[in-house]
Design a protein around this ligand. Structure first.
Ligand code: B12
Length: 250
């Protein structure tokens, strides 16, 4: 899609879902391919998501990914856009319908920007990702999946709401180097603890590191309480933890 057409369509859509003034954009010369990073705002992305426009949302993400590493774009622009979605949902300005549409649209857009499959990704160390039992938030797992794949990991992303026994069974049957589990609310602490126990029981005689992410990672004392090996409040934290495991693979 031509740059100018995409931009004007994007702002027309933002106008539909936002009463706030449109972000100020520098003039665009169509013959220039570059898109200024500061024009790719969380406000713009949130509007596109709530409008169900995965094509333009993917276009926005793709341009951001040309200017910054995936982990930065997801920890920054993407996360902030979803914070806006959450604020508008909480305040009643947007309904659950708009939140659901935004989440669904984001997942479709993410599919369009996933890193290309490379042969080495079939032989890299394996990371297992899962939301613990009862946990429905899984967009962070999809983002982490892409960041780890970019870094050369083979990723098995189980998505939301995985019973701990099934997580344990998968770890027992596979050569797993990292388990990254997530939960949002503190109420999920016992499900998190169950998931860690399941991994420990499945990996007898070897220590498979368990990294805990999502909102619950911010709960004081949670790491020791659930016996996790690491906490990640961001994808950058998660990547640092994962990459520190790689030299040990030999
Ligand atoms: C979309 C959304 C949903 C969707 C999720 C759809 C989906 N397919 O994932 C649905 C509708 C299911 C949902 C449900 C609920 N939600 Co909700 N949701 C959100 C929202 C708007 C965006 C979350 C998101 O995807 N963000 C994008 C990702 C990329 O960012 P992130 O989640 O912040 O994650 C970052 C880090 O935590 C980390 N990370 C994330 N996951 C992982 C995983 C691992 C392994 C690692 C290492 C790192 C990591 O990296 C990410 C990027 O920096 C947030 C608002 C907000 N402020 O975040 C509320 C929010 C998280 N939800 C909230 C609530 C209260 C709920 C419900 C309880 C609402 C209800 N009454 O039913 C339910 C709970 C359902 C359940 N059983 O789990 C609260 C949580 C408050 C709390 N901490 O307790 C929030 C903050 C909204 C709010 N302001 O009140 N929600």
């Amino acid at each position: 899609m031509a740059l100018t057409t995409a931009r004007s369509a994007a702002f027309a859509r933002v106008r539909l879902v936002s009463d706030e003034p449109l972000p100020k954009l520098p003039p665009v010369e169509p013959s220039q391919a570059g898109v200024p990073m500061d024009s790719l705002s969380p406000e713009l992305l949130a509007g596109l998501l709530a409008d169900g426009d995965d094509e333009l949302a993917a276009w926005t993400l793709r341009h951001a990914l040309e200017a910054a590493p995936r982990v930065e774009v997801f920890d920054g622009l993407l996360r902030q856009a979803m914070v806006l979605v959450g604020e508008r949902w909480k305040s009643g300005r947007w309904s659950i319908a708009e939140e659901h549409l935004a989440s669904r649209t984001l997942l479709r857009a993410l599919e369009q920007v996933r890193p290309p499959m490379r042969p080495e990704l079939r032989v890299g160390p394996q990371a297992v990702l899962a939301g613990v039992a009862g946990e429905h938030h899984m967009i962070g797992l999809v983002c982490l999946e892409q960041c780890l794949a970019d870094a050369g990991w083979t990723v098995a992303n189980m998505g939301a709401d995985l019973p701990s026994e099934d997580l344990g069974q998968f770890v027992r049957r596979n050569d797993v180097t990292l388990v990254a589990i997530s939960a949002n609310a503190p109420e999920r602490r016992s499900a998190v603890a169950d998931a860690v126990v399941a991994v420990r029981l499945a990996a007898v005689g070897r220590r498979v590191p368990v990294l805990l992410g999502g909102g619950i990672a911010g709960v004081p004392g949670i790491k020791g309480e659930v016996d996790a090996d690491g906490l990640a409040g961001s994808l950058a934290d998660a990547l640092a933890f994962a990459n520190a495991l790689r030299p040990r693979q030999g």
